[in-house]
Design a protein around this ligand. Structure first.
Ligand code: MN
Length: 321
């Protein structure tokens, strides 16, 4: 571990015992043997997880309940109870490895008040570093002004929200008949990038300028479209007013991780668009290869100063580690 560059990873998942498997519709397409292995790795906080971290030079992970988590639970009160139980469970695991693990809160977003209460408890009482939410809640998107108390609490607590992918409410017509494009291949990216753009164009970052949202998967493609957002929004604003050009929010209020995209040209493009302080290393454990992600970031053609920022410096600054 000493010979490898120090890394902090931010999209690293676990599963809470007793939480229903809301991903059933998706996982039934996966080979049962692979599923068994994923389940074993998701529920392990010791042997295999820490060994993989050590081998890859990952000093510290912020852990999050695997998707869709309580975003898949219809009943708001049940979702709240599961979120609390999941956060308490994660806090116990972190307490056993406090120098290696931090936590992102699981939040039921069914009502903003519930989310504020549990976010506050998780950060203030459990010491969590922010929250990870798996997209919309049955079609509710968080640019809706009713969620302003949530953004206000996030801003006041000084912690980021990791906006993690989710299935769309309904399969987009363009993806019908193409299950190979659903989920992580493409469907989640469209859904999650669109949600992030709703936050941006919905004025969330104007109302709460210190809010930071983290997107995985090289920013779900958004860094590469910054120029076009400015160019077209200037021509077709449709009455929407923003305090800054759209591009300027992407890289300041919206930060990204490298999870699941181990491509050097994409990394250089993202850094070129947003600057070296907006990009952070992550793996997406256990769905992606820790070894591959570590090798990728070590070999990428970056200045050493930039590599240090991406591997750990930015995360240290943003999470106060
Ligand atoms: Mn993930």
């Amino acid at each position: 571990m000493d010979t490898r560059i120090r890394k902090i990873a931010l999209e690293e998942h676990f599963s809470t015992p007793g939480l229903p498997n809301y991903a059933k519709a998706f996982t039934r397409h996966i080979d049962p043997e692979i599923l068994r292995d994923l389940a074993a790795r998701l529920s392990d906080f010791d042997d295999r997880r820490i060994q993989e971290m050590d081998q890859a030079g990952i000093a510290y992970c912020i852990l999050s309940q695997t998707g869709p988590s309580v975003q898949g639970e219809q009943d708001a009160r049940q979702a709240m109870a599961y979120a609390q139980a999941s956060n308490d469970f994660l806090a116990q695991q972190i307490a056993r490895h406090p120098t290696r693990f931090g936590g992102f809160a699981t939040l039921a977003m069914h009502t903003p008040q519930q989310a504020v209460g549990e976010l506050t408890r998780a950060v203030k009482q459990l010491g969590f570093k922010g929250a990870l939410v798996n997209g919309h809640t049955f079609g509710a998107y968080y640019d809706d002004p009713s969620y302003d108390p949530f953004w206000e609490a996030l801003q006041d607590l000084g912690v980021p929200l990791y906006l993690h992918p989710a299935d769309a409410v309904a399969t987009p017509r363009a993806l019908e008949g193409h299950p190979e494009l659903a989920g992580a291949t493409w469907g989640w990216q469209v859904e999650t990038a669109s949600h992030a753009l709703r936050l941006l164009f919905g004025g969330v970052f104007d109302r709460f300028p210190r809010v930071r949202v983290i997107l995985g998967h090289m920013g779900e493609g958004l860094p590469f479209m910054r120029w076009r957002f400015d160019s077209r929004f200037a021509v077709y604003p449709h009455g929407v007013r923003l305090q800054r050009p759209p591009s300027s929010y992407i890289g300041t209020n919206i930060l990204i991780t490298t999870s699941g995209v181990c491509s050097a040209p994409a990394l250089l493009g993202a850094i070129g668009e947003m600057g070296p302080e907006a990009v952070m290393f992550s793996v997406d454990y256990p769905y992606e290869s820790t070894a591959l992600a570590a090798e990728f970031i070590e070999q990428a053609p970056l200045d050493e100063e930039v590599r240090q920022l991406v591997c750990h410096g930015n995360a240290q600054r943003i999470f106060g580690l």
